[in-house]
Design a protein around this ligand. Structure first.
Ligand code: PLP
Length: 418
């Protein structure tokens, strides 16, 4: 077969790594063209919540595809979007009264940043500085990269990224330093503070406690700084609750959701905002409208998938499944945590993470990363370590036997380090 013309994301083609070809999937299992059965232990980049090809979501997509495929959303609407917006209102904090659609986590963040700046500009008191948390990740578009950690991911594009105020990560024992830095930065009247609630995902599966999130929110409220919660990864049950913010009793001014919004089946994102933010754009003056769109905004087929996801949350025991998975994950983590080559064993909700000891110091470009990736791929597991950090974030329907295999492989990888 000739060489594929495809240029894959986050893939160094020069390394010549094999690229498995997946033909079909169900639950937590991927089937490849060469007949392998792979356990998807990272929910296909954190999107698949209930399991691959959930019958209700697949049926909703098929049904909607017979009626209305796509319609411009500027000045037009359709039932799947209206139903979804109302469904989200019923599920999410009442203060978030407005839903803006887009199509990926990165765009939901771009929308959030533009809403925040638009809010201040339209009120006649422009502000343009954004505060961010150290080690954060919010996507790969220029704005989303600008509010994420600087590093190897975006070094080549640094000249294009806008300047932000970085608040130190609230590492255990250093939480007060974070809060003090945020308080000081808020006195400078920035437009907004954007955070990944409770878990910094791509930054290394770093966890911080709910009380810190609550304090950070309170500081922003006190200084009239907009609080943006990026729940693109943490939303839809990953941390044990529908939203991670729930655990801190926090309601943001702006909320970004994507990934599990459609159960992980098709791309869709929403950015929710309060009345205050919407009202700042509401006017007879056309220059104050919210200047953002993309061609596929609120695609009807994607909205139908999201409506099926919401129905699953409403009438299936999703929360009980999440609690059960969280308990299983915690048991596996406890078994691994004493290992001589494992540090920082941590779990929150359905996520576990460990750092394998790397004598060279670790980090995203740790040489352990590619070796681990190969080891897991050879064991028919989809695990994608962040350098020397190995995390498990499976679909909620993963079986005991498959989850056992995942954690056994992590244990074996740790043994192999000597
Ligand atoms: N925000 C967070 C917290 C994420 O984890 C991600 C992706 O992993 C994004 C935003 C970007 O989402 P997308 O890859 O859909 O653009």
């Amino acid at each position: 077969m000739s060489v594929s013309p495809i240029w894959h994301p986050f893939t160094q083609h020069g390394l010549g790594e094999p690229i498995p070809r997946v033909t079909h999937a169900e639950g937590a299992i991927l089937h490849t063209a060469d007949g392998r059965r792979i356990v998807d232990a990272i929910s296909s980049w954190w999107v698949t919540t209930h399991g691959h090809c959930h019958p209700r979501i697949m049926a909703a997509i098929a049904e909607q595809a017979q009626r209305l495929d796509q319609i411009i959303f500027a000045g037009w609407t359709h039932d799947p979007a209206e139903t979804l917006a109302r469904g989200l209102m019923a599920l999410l904090p009442p203060a978030l009264t407005r839903v803006f659609f887009s199509d990926s986590g990165s765009t939901s963040v771009e929308v959030a940043l533009k809403m925040a700046l638009g809010y201040w500009a339209n009120r006649g008191a422009p502000r343009d500085r954004i505060l961010v948390l150290e080690h954060s990740y919010h996507g790969d578009t220029i704005g989303a990269m600008s509010v994420g950690a600087r590093g190897v991911f975006n070094q080549a594009y640094g000249a294009l990224l806008f300047d932000v105020g970085t608040i130190p990560f609230p590492a255990a024992g250093h939480e007060q330093a974070t809060l003090d830095a945020l308080e000081a930065a808020c006195r400078q009247q920035p437009a907004a503070f954007i955070v990944e609630p409770l878990v910094l995902g791509a930054g290394g599966m770093l966890f911080y406690p709910a009380w810190v999130l609550a304090e950070m929110r309170a500081i922003c409220a006190r200084h009239d700084v907009l609080f943006i919660a990026d729940e693109v990864m943490t939303g839809w049950g990953r941390t044990g609750t529908l939203l991670a913010c729930e655990q801190a009793g926090v309601v943001p001014d702006i909320l970004c959701l994507s990934k599990g919004l459609t159960g992980g089946a098709v791309p869709l994102a929403v950015t929710l905002a309060t009345d205050a933010i919407y009202d700042a754009h509401f006017s007879t003056d056309r220059s104050k409208m919210f200047f953002h769109s993309s061609s596929y905004t609120a695609n009807p087929i994607a909205c139908a998938a999201a409506n099926a996801n919401l129905a699953i949350w409403r009438d299936e025991p999703v929360r009980a499944r999440i609690a059960d998975l969280a308990a299983r994950q915690a048991r596996h983590l406890a078994a691994l945590s004493g290992h001589r080559n494992i540090r920082g064993a941590r779990t929150l909700g359905t996520i576990t993470a460990v750092d394998l000891v790397d004598p060279a110091g670790g980090g995203y470009l740790s040489s352990l990363g590619p070796a681990l990736l190969k080891r897991f791929r050879d064991a028919d597991l989809l695990l994608r370590p962040l350098g020397n950090t190995v995390y498990v974030m499976p679909p909620y329907s993963i079986t005991d036997a498959d989850l056992d295999r995942v954690h056994a492989a992590i244990g074996t990888a740790a043994d192999a380090l000597g």
